[in-house]
Design a protein around this ligand. Structure first.
Ligand code: URP
Ligand code: ZN
Ligand code: ZN
Length: 460
């Protein structure tokens, strides 16, 4: 059955115009005015609404064994929450630990999504070590359609790799047209600062920031980009949180490094004062790198509008307050890191970005969808509205006014970091390859319909 969306204002990263969109066989087959509806077509009137390409979240964790526990969402709740928030494609961080076999980890992570996910997905392949066996196994994974790696400079002894390994892994990435993404905090500095603070009796969530100050991240960013410069590999800085790190990126780009910047929605909306909330409430706002001083936010909005910050992701890493965040009641280093926001990213970006005049509509689409598609080899199948693209579409009602609450969200998590916040606009209807997944704000998607999307290597 075809789908005809009539009279919506189509917004891509570069255009805005009113037209109809006809979708058939999972793709967009016609765009024009006064399109007719063949028999059996579902027709949706989108007058007064925007039609956006399906949003892409380039940094989520769904299956995540981490800090002695597991992230709470699975692909049942996680893909539903993503779709309710207008996100039709997820790029999950596949995070094997140092002692895990990479092919076994790849199979394990895939088994968590296949037959369950209601939205499309792919992975950044975690590389916790690099040797001949890793090279062979990563080759197989690239051939299976994965064209990005994830490196951790942080989380010493668990995920991080040595400088020698990083160098050779990036040479290999360059050779194979794979982009290296990295969590850039200096692992040794974090560990030493944590030990010092705990020894001084500074154990509350507000001290998390002080164990990972901006210079720790800036030095990690400079290091990763130096390795990218030395190897010629393309680099993507995940969850950049502060101006100090951004300056390192600009320096590297000036020197010719192909470097891209991701920020995550918490850094645009909440700041370090939230981690200081009393009664251990601050633990809800512990993530790494930590929430920073509010003054960074203007720089980030400006960076998005001017194009030197490329994507807005979530780094969705959901841990309950009760029983999980509480593991660190007496020691902030044991608070599982993460602020869940897979469902709220697009609404928050629209409400605080577009509706408050900080970014324009094209920039909104660009940083929440198109750039991720381009950087990670999904474009133009995903990330835009054009003939032949996947019919992943979001009909967005800009006049809707709502309130965020744990009581109504779809994420499997016992709190919302944005509880009671007013939002403007919402994804009213969402399609995944031409099939309705959200209808009038209600989930109607099909678990198991999502597909892992194959991505080809890109020589940047
Ligand atoms: O706090 C965070 N970011 N948790 C998830 C793991 C990671 O570093 O991305
Ligand atoms: Zn990270
Ligand atoms: Zn992450």
């Amino acid at each position: 059955m075809g789908l005809l969306i009539k009279n919506g204002e189509i917004v891509t990263a570069s255009e805005r115009y009113v037209a109809d969109i006809y979708c058939e066989d999972e793709t967009i087959t016609r765009i024009g005015t006064s399109l007719d509806a063949p028999p059996d077509t579902k027709v949706i009137d989108a007058s007064g609404k925007y039609v956006f390409p399906g949003f892409i979240d380039p940094h989520v964790h769904i299956y995540l064994p981490f800090m002695g526990t597991y992230a709470k969402d699975d692909y049942t709740s996680g893909s539903k929450a993503a779709l309710m928030g207008g996100t039709t494609t997820l790029i999950e961080m596949l995070c094997p630990s140092k002692d895990e076999d990479l092919l076994e980890a790849y199979a394990l992570w895939k088994s968590k999504a296949e037959g369950i996910s209601a939205c499309d997905w792919t992975y950044h392949m975690g590389v916790p070590r690099f040797d001949d066996k890793a090279r062979e196994q990563l080759s197989e994974i690239i051939d299976d359609g994965i064209s990005s790696f994830k490196f951790f400079l942080a989380y010493k002894g668990v995920f991080n790799l040595s400088d020698e390994e990083l160098y050779h892994a990036l040479c290999f990435a360059k050779e194979r047209g794979v982009i290296g993404t990295a969590h850039c905090e200096n692992a040794d500095l974090v560990l030493e600062l944590q030990k010092k603070l705990i020894a001084e009796g500074k154990t509350g969530p507000e001290w998390h920031y002080h164990s990972r100050p901006p210079f720790v991240e800036a030095s990690g960013t400079a290091k990763f980009l130096t390795f990218a410069e030395a190897t010629g590999a393309a680099a993507y800085i995940v969850h950049l949180s502060c101006n100090e790190s951004l300056r390192e990126v600009m320096r590297a780009r000036y020197a010719g490094v192909r470097a891209f910047v991701e920020i995550v929605i918490p850094y645009l909306t909440v700041d370090m004062s939230y981690a200081e909330l009393p009664d251990f409430e601050g633990a809800k706002y512990v993530m790494s790198p930590p929430l920073r001083h509010k003054r960074n936010q203007d720089i980030f909005w400006n960076g998005l509008q001017q194009g030197f910050i490329h994507t807005v992701a979530t780094d969705h890493a959901p841990f309950d307050f009760k029983g999980q965040k509480e593991m660190g009641r007496d020691d902030f280093t044991k608070i599982p890191n993460g602020i869940p926001s897979i469902e709220e990213r697009v609404k928050l970006l629209y409400s605080f970005g577009v509706a408050e005049g900080r970014i324009d509509l094209n920039t909104f689409v660009n940083c929440a969808s198109t750039q991720a598609a381009k950087i990670f080899g999904l474009y133009p199948r995903k990330g835009t509205i054009q003939l032949g693209a996947d019919a992943d579409l979001v009909i967005y009602d800009p006049n809707y006014e709502g309130v965020i609450s744990q009581k109504t969200h779809s994420m499997n998590i016992d709190y919302s970091a944005f509880e009671g916040w007013k939002i403007k606009g919402r994804p009213e209807t969402v399609t995944v390859r031409g099939e309705l997944a959200v209808d009038q704000g209600s989930f109607v998607g099909t678990h198991g319909r999502g597909k892992m999307v194959r991505r080809e290597p890109c020589h940047y």
